[in-house]
Design a binder for this molecule. Structure first.
Ligand code: PPS
Length: 310
Protein backbone atom coordinates (compact mmCIF):
# COMPACT_ATOMS: atom_id res chain seq x y z
CA UNK A 1 0.00 0.00 0.00
CA UNK A 2 1.16 3.52 -0.76
CA UNK A 3 0.42 6.12 1.90
CA UNK A 4 0.25 9.35 -0.06
CA UNK A 5 1.29 12.67 1.32
CA UNK A 6 -1.83 14.81 1.91
CA UNK A 7 -0.21 17.90 0.51
CA UNK A 8 -3.43 19.78 -0.08
CA UNK A 9 -3.85 19.90 3.68
CA UNK A 10 -0.88 22.23 4.01
CA UNK A 11 -1.45 25.83 5.05
CA UNK A 12 0.84 28.67 4.06
CA UNK A 13 1.63 29.37 7.74
CA UNK A 14 2.86 25.78 8.10
CA UNK A 15 5.55 26.42 5.57
CA UNK A 16 7.99 28.29 7.70
CA UNK A 17 11.67 28.05 7.09
CA UNK A 18 13.04 26.00 9.95
CA UNK A 19 16.14 26.74 11.96
CA UNK A 20 18.75 24.04 12.23
CA UNK A 21 19.38 22.11 15.43
CA UNK A 22 21.85 19.32 16.04
CA UNK A 23 20.53 15.76 16.22
CA UNK A 24 23.27 13.34 17.21
CA UNK A 25 25.73 15.94 15.95
CA UNK A 26 24.02 16.47 12.56
CA UNK A 27 22.27 19.77 11.72
CA UNK A 28 18.61 19.23 10.78
CA UNK A 29 15.51 21.41 10.54
CA UNK A 30 13.98 21.62 14.00
CA UNK A 31 10.55 20.35 12.90
CA UNK A 32 12.19 17.25 11.42
CA UNK A 33 13.57 16.20 14.78
CA UNK A 34 10.09 15.25 16.04
CA UNK A 35 10.39 11.77 14.57
CA UNK A 36 14.12 11.38 15.15
CA UNK A 37 13.74 8.64 17.78
CA UNK A 38 11.43 6.73 15.43
CA UNK A 39 13.94 7.12 12.61
CA UNK A 40 16.68 5.70 14.79
CA UNK A 41 14.49 2.76 15.78
CA UNK A 42 13.34 2.15 12.19
CA UNK A 43 13.20 -1.54 11.37
CA UNK A 44 14.44 -2.25 7.88
CA UNK A 45 13.29 -5.53 6.37
CA UNK A 46 15.40 -7.98 4.48
CA UNK A 47 15.29 -6.97 0.82
CA UNK A 48 14.67 -3.26 1.48
CA UNK A 49 16.85 -1.14 -0.78
CA UNK A 50 18.33 2.10 0.51
CA UNK A 51 19.12 5.07 -1.74
CA UNK A 52 21.48 7.35 0.13
CA UNK A 53 22.84 10.71 -0.99
CA UNK A 54 23.93 14.08 0.25
CA UNK A 55 21.10 16.54 -0.62
CA UNK A 56 21.12 17.60 -4.29
CA UNK A 57 23.56 14.92 -5.43
CA UNK A 58 21.15 13.26 -7.89
CA UNK A 59 18.80 11.42 -5.52
CA UNK A 60 15.66 11.81 -7.62
CA UNK A 61 17.52 10.76 -10.74
CA UNK A 62 18.83 7.52 -9.24
CA UNK A 63 15.43 6.89 -7.61
CA UNK A 64 13.79 7.05 -11.04
CA UNK A 65 16.47 4.83 -12.55
CA UNK A 66 16.05 2.26 -9.77
CA UNK A 67 12.26 2.26 -10.07
CA UNK A 68 12.54 1.74 -13.82
CA UNK A 69 14.99 -1.12 -13.33
CA UNK A 70 12.75 -2.79 -10.72
CA UNK A 71 9.71 -2.40 -12.98
CA UNK A 72 11.40 -3.18 -16.26
CA UNK A 73 8.69 -5.74 -17.11
CA UNK A 74 6.14 -2.92 -17.20
CA UNK A 75 7.72 0.53 -17.17
CA UNK A 76 4.33 2.20 -16.93
CA UNK A 77 4.26 1.12 -13.28
CA UNK A 78 6.71 3.95 -12.64
CA UNK A 79 3.71 6.25 -13.06
CA UNK A 80 1.81 4.69 -10.15
CA UNK A 81 2.52 7.77 -7.98
CA UNK A 82 5.06 10.58 -7.49
CA UNK A 83 8.62 9.84 -6.37
CA UNK A 84 8.04 10.73 -2.71
CA UNK A 85 5.16 8.24 -2.42
CA UNK A 86 6.79 5.43 -4.39
CA UNK A 87 10.07 5.62 -2.46
CA UNK A 88 9.51 7.31 0.91
CA UNK A 89 12.10 9.57 2.45
CA UNK A 90 13.04 7.99 5.80
CA UNK A 91 13.67 11.09 7.92
CA UNK A 92 11.10 13.32 6.18
CA UNK A 93 8.53 15.19 8.27
CA UNK A 94 5.78 17.40 6.89
CA UNK A 95 4.88 20.50 8.91
CA UNK A 96 2.43 19.88 11.77
CA UNK A 97 3.59 16.27 11.63
CA UNK A 98 0.89 15.58 8.98
CA UNK A 99 2.93 12.69 7.75
CA UNK A 100 6.45 11.44 8.04
CA UNK A 101 8.67 9.09 6.11
CA UNK A 102 8.48 6.51 8.89
CA UNK A 103 4.63 6.61 8.77
CA UNK A 104 4.68 6.09 5.02
CA UNK A 105 7.14 3.23 5.32
CA UNK A 106 5.15 1.55 8.09
CA UNK A 107 2.16 1.37 5.73
CA UNK A 108 4.21 -0.16 2.94
CA UNK A 109 4.85 -3.87 2.53
CA UNK A 110 8.55 -4.76 2.23
CA UNK A 111 10.67 -4.92 0.22
CA UNK A 112 10.68 -1.14 -0.04
CA UNK A 113 12.94 1.37 -1.76
CA UNK A 114 13.84 4.00 0.81
CA UNK A 115 15.47 7.40 0.34
CA UNK A 116 17.73 8.96 2.93
CA UNK A 117 20.20 11.84 3.18
CA UNK A 118 21.65 10.53 6.43
CA UNK A 119 25.40 10.19 6.81
CA UNK A 120 26.47 6.56 7.13
CA UNK A 121 26.93 6.60 10.90
CA UNK A 122 23.36 7.78 11.52
CA UNK A 123 21.60 5.24 9.28
CA UNK A 124 19.41 2.97 11.45
CA UNK A 125 21.40 -0.12 12.36
CA UNK A 126 18.63 -2.45 11.19
CA UNK A 127 19.67 -1.80 7.56
CA UNK A 128 23.02 -3.45 8.26
CA UNK A 129 21.59 -6.15 10.52
CA UNK A 130 19.27 -7.14 7.65
CA UNK A 131 22.11 -6.94 5.15
CA UNK A 132 20.21 -4.43 2.97
CA UNK A 133 21.76 -3.13 -0.21
CA UNK A 134 22.47 0.60 -0.57
CA UNK A 135 23.00 2.72 -3.65
CA UNK A 136 24.96 5.84 -2.82
CA UNK A 137 25.34 8.69 -5.33
CA UNK A 138 27.94 11.41 -4.81
CA UNK A 139 28.26 14.63 -6.81
CA UNK A 140 31.20 16.98 -7.06
CA UNK A 141 30.88 19.55 -4.28
CA UNK A 142 30.93 22.65 -6.48
CA UNK A 143 27.86 21.63 -8.47
CA UNK A 144 26.36 20.14 -5.32
CA UNK A 145 26.74 23.49 -3.56
CA UNK A 146 25.16 25.43 -6.44
CA UNK A 147 22.22 23.04 -6.60
CA UNK A 148 21.79 23.18 -2.81
CA UNK A 149 21.79 26.98 -2.92
CA UNK A 150 19.01 27.20 -5.52
CA UNK A 151 17.01 24.49 -3.77
CA UNK A 152 17.27 26.35 -0.44
CA UNK A 153 15.97 29.48 -2.13
CA UNK A 154 12.90 27.81 -3.57
CA UNK A 155 11.99 25.21 -0.91
CA UNK A 156 9.84 26.95 1.69
CA UNK A 157 10.81 24.60 4.52
CA UNK A 158 14.59 24.79 4.17
CA UNK A 159 16.63 27.24 6.26
CA UNK A 160 17.04 30.66 4.65
CA UNK A 161 20.19 30.43 2.49
CA UNK A 162 21.00 34.17 2.46
CA UNK A 163 23.02 35.50 -0.43
CA UNK A 164 25.13 33.32 -2.71
CA UNK A 165 28.27 34.43 -0.87
CA UNK A 166 26.69 33.67 2.51
CA UNK A 167 25.54 30.22 1.42
CA UNK A 168 28.96 29.52 -0.10
CA UNK A 169 30.51 30.09 3.33
CA UNK A 170 27.78 28.16 5.15
CA UNK A 171 28.31 25.15 2.89
CA UNK A 172 32.04 25.19 3.54
CA UNK A 173 31.42 25.37 7.28
CA UNK A 174 29.14 22.31 7.08
CA UNK A 175 26.37 24.08 8.97
CA UNK A 176 23.71 23.05 6.46
CA UNK A 177 20.98 20.45 6.80
CA UNK A 178 22.52 16.95 6.94
CA UNK A 179 25.91 18.47 7.75
CA UNK A 180 29.20 18.59 5.95
CA UNK A 181 29.40 17.35 2.35
CA UNK A 182 32.95 16.18 3.09
CA UNK A 183 32.01 14.04 6.06
CA UNK A 184 29.09 12.59 4.13
CA UNK A 185 30.88 11.47 0.98
CA UNK A 186 33.94 10.22 2.89
CA UNK A 187 31.85 8.44 5.52
CA UNK A 188 29.99 6.40 2.91
CA UNK A 189 33.15 5.84 0.85
CA UNK A 190 34.93 4.33 3.86
CA UNK A 191 32.13 1.81 4.38
CA UNK A 192 31.51 0.83 0.78
CA UNK A 193 33.40 -2.45 0.97
CA UNK A 194 32.17 -3.41 4.43
CA UNK A 195 28.46 -3.39 3.54
CA UNK A 196 26.58 -4.02 0.28
CA UNK A 197 27.04 -0.49 -1.03
CA UNK A 198 27.19 0.55 -4.67
CA UNK A 199 28.97 3.91 -4.76
CA UNK A 200 28.12 5.88 -7.90
CA UNK A 201 28.97 9.37 -9.13
CA UNK A 202 26.59 11.89 -10.68
CA UNK A 203 29.24 12.82 -13.24
CA UNK A 204 29.64 9.20 -14.36
CA UNK A 205 25.90 8.78 -14.83
CA UNK A 206 25.82 11.98 -16.83
CA UNK A 207 28.73 10.85 -18.96
CA UNK A 208 27.40 7.39 -19.76
CA UNK A 209 24.07 6.49 -18.14
CA UNK A 210 23.87 3.12 -19.89
CA UNK A 211 27.22 2.07 -18.42
CA UNK A 212 26.19 3.10 -14.89
CA UNK A 213 22.78 1.43 -15.22
CA UNK A 214 24.58 -1.82 -16.13
CA UNK A 215 26.63 -1.50 -12.90
CA UNK A 216 23.36 -1.10 -11.05
CA UNK A 217 21.86 -4.14 -12.79
CA UNK A 218 24.83 -6.24 -11.73
CA UNK A 219 24.53 -5.00 -8.15
CA UNK A 220 20.82 -5.83 -8.08
CA UNK A 221 21.29 -9.18 -9.83
CA UNK A 222 19.30 -8.13 -12.90
CA UNK A 223 21.93 -8.45 -15.62
CA UNK A 224 19.42 -10.20 -17.89
CA UNK A 225 17.73 -6.92 -18.92
CA UNK A 226 18.01 -6.42 -22.67
CA UNK A 227 20.09 -3.71 -24.26
CA UNK A 228 16.87 -2.27 -25.66
CA UNK A 229 15.31 -1.98 -22.20
CA UNK A 230 18.45 -0.33 -20.81
CA UNK A 231 18.30 2.19 -23.64
CA UNK A 232 14.66 2.86 -22.90
CA UNK A 233 15.47 3.43 -19.22
CA UNK A 234 18.27 5.81 -20.20
CA UNK A 235 15.77 7.77 -22.26
CA UNK A 236 12.98 7.72 -19.66
CA UNK A 237 15.36 8.96 -16.95
CA UNK A 238 17.11 11.62 -19.02
CA UNK A 239 16.86 15.15 -17.68
CA UNK A 240 14.54 16.40 -20.42
CA UNK A 241 12.10 13.52 -20.08
CA UNK A 242 12.06 13.57 -16.28
CA UNK A 243 11.55 17.33 -16.29
CA UNK A 244 8.24 16.82 -18.10
CA UNK A 245 7.19 13.80 -16.00
CA UNK A 246 4.87 14.90 -13.16
CA UNK A 247 5.64 11.67 -11.29
CA UNK A 248 9.37 12.40 -11.32
CA UNK A 249 9.76 16.19 -11.35
CA UNK A 250 8.27 17.00 -7.92
CA UNK A 251 5.56 19.20 -9.43
CA UNK A 252 3.31 17.43 -6.89
CA UNK A 253 5.13 19.36 -4.16
CA UNK A 254 4.18 22.72 -5.62
CA UNK A 255 2.85 23.97 -2.27
CA UNK A 256 6.32 23.53 -0.76
CA UNK A 257 8.43 24.49 -3.77
CA UNK A 258 8.29 27.95 -5.29
CA UNK A 259 9.14 27.21 -8.88
CA UNK A 260 8.98 30.89 -9.78
CA UNK A 261 12.28 31.14 -7.86
CA UNK A 262 13.87 27.99 -9.25
CA UNK A 263 12.52 24.73 -10.67
CA UNK A 264 13.35 21.42 -8.96
CA UNK A 265 14.62 20.07 -12.28
CA UNK A 266 16.89 23.08 -12.68
CA UNK A 267 19.80 22.38 -15.06
CA UNK A 268 21.01 18.84 -14.52
CA UNK A 269 24.53 19.47 -15.79
CA UNK A 270 28.13 19.07 -14.70
CA UNK A 271 30.06 22.33 -14.43
CA UNK A 272 27.28 24.82 -13.73
CA UNK A 273 29.45 25.96 -10.80
CA UNK A 274 31.56 27.86 -13.36
CA UNK A 275 28.73 30.33 -13.85
CA UNK A 276 28.42 30.90 -10.09
CA UNK A 277 31.90 30.79 -8.52
CA UNK A 278 34.03 33.92 -8.61
CA UNK A 279 37.77 33.43 -9.17
CA UNK A 280 38.50 34.05 -5.50
CA UNK A 281 35.72 31.75 -4.33
CA UNK A 282 37.13 29.05 -6.57
CA UNK A 283 40.63 29.48 -5.14
CA UNK A 284 39.30 29.41 -1.60
CA UNK A 285 37.19 26.36 -2.35
CA UNK A 286 40.08 24.47 -3.95
CA UNK A 287 42.32 25.08 -0.96
CA UNK A 288 39.63 24.01 1.49
CA UNK A 289 38.89 20.94 -0.65
CA UNK A 290 42.58 20.02 -0.77
CA UNK A 291 42.81 20.07 3.02
CA UNK A 292 39.55 18.26 3.73
CA UNK A 293 40.18 15.55 1.12
CA UNK A 294 43.82 14.94 2.11
CA UNK A 295 42.88 11.89 4.16
CA UNK A 296 41.01 10.00 1.41
CA UNK A 297 41.56 8.44 -2.01
CA UNK A 298 38.05 9.49 -3.03
CA UNK A 299 38.25 11.69 -6.14
CA UNK A 300 35.73 13.85 -8.00
CA UNK A 301 35.44 15.24 -11.49
CA UNK A 302 34.38 18.87 -11.67
CA UNK A 303 33.94 18.96 -15.43
CA UNK A 304 33.26 16.41 -18.14
CA UNK A 305 35.45 16.26 -21.20
CA UNK A 306 32.79 14.82 -23.44
CA UNK A 307 29.92 16.88 -24.76
CA UNK A 308 26.85 16.54 -22.54
CA UNK A 309 23.39 15.92 -23.85
CA UNK A 310 21.98 18.45 -21.36
S1 PPS B 1 16.99 16.22 -3.37
O1 PPS B 1 16.06 17.35 -3.06
O2 PPS B 1 18.13 16.20 -2.43
O3 PPS B 1 16.33 14.93 -3.45
O4 PPS B 1 17.59 16.62 -4.80
P1 PPS B 1 18.37 15.64 -5.77
O5 PPS B 1 17.39 14.87 -6.55
O6 PPS B 1 19.41 14.91 -5.03
O7 PPS B 1 19.16 16.63 -6.71
C1 PPS B 1 18.52 17.49 -7.63
C2 PPS B 1 19.54 17.78 -8.69
O8 PPS B 1 19.62 16.65 -9.58
C3 PPS B 1 19.30 17.08 -10.89
N1 PPS B 1 18.63 16.02 -11.65
C4 PPS B 1 19.14 15.49 -12.77
N2 PPS B 1 20.31 15.71 -13.41
C5 PPS B 1 20.52 15.02 -14.56
N3 PPS B 1 19.64 14.14 -15.09
C6 PPS B 1 18.46 13.89 -14.47
N4 PPS B 1 17.60 13.04 -15.01
C7 PPS B 1 18.18 14.58 -13.25
N5 PPS B 1 17.13 14.58 -12.39
C8 PPS B 1 17.43 15.47 -11.42
C9 PPS B 1 18.41 18.30 -10.67
O9 PPS B 1 18.29 19.07 -11.83
C10 PPS B 1 19.17 18.97 -9.54
O10 PPS B 1 20.42 19.51 -9.98
P2 PPS B 1 20.62 21.02 -10.49
O11 PPS B 1 22.11 21.17 -10.67
O12 PPS B 1 20.08 21.92 -9.43
O13 PPS B 1 19.89 21.12 -11.79
Amino acid sequence: MILKMPLLDLREEDLQRGDLVLVDGMPLMVSWTETWEKVKQFQAASGDLLIATYPKAGTTWIQEIVDNVLNADNLNKCHRSPTHDRMPFLEFVLPRNIISGVDQLAAMKPPRVIKTHLPFHLVPKSFWEKNCKTIYVARNPKDNLVSYYHFSRMCKTMPEPGTWEQFFQTFLSGNVAWGSWYEHVKGWWNERNKQQILYLFYEDIKEDPGREIRKLLKFLGKEFLSEETVEEIVWRTSFDVMKENPDANYSSLQSIFDKSISPFMRKGTVGDWKSHFTVSQNEMFDEDYRQKMADTDLRFRFLLQRRQDA
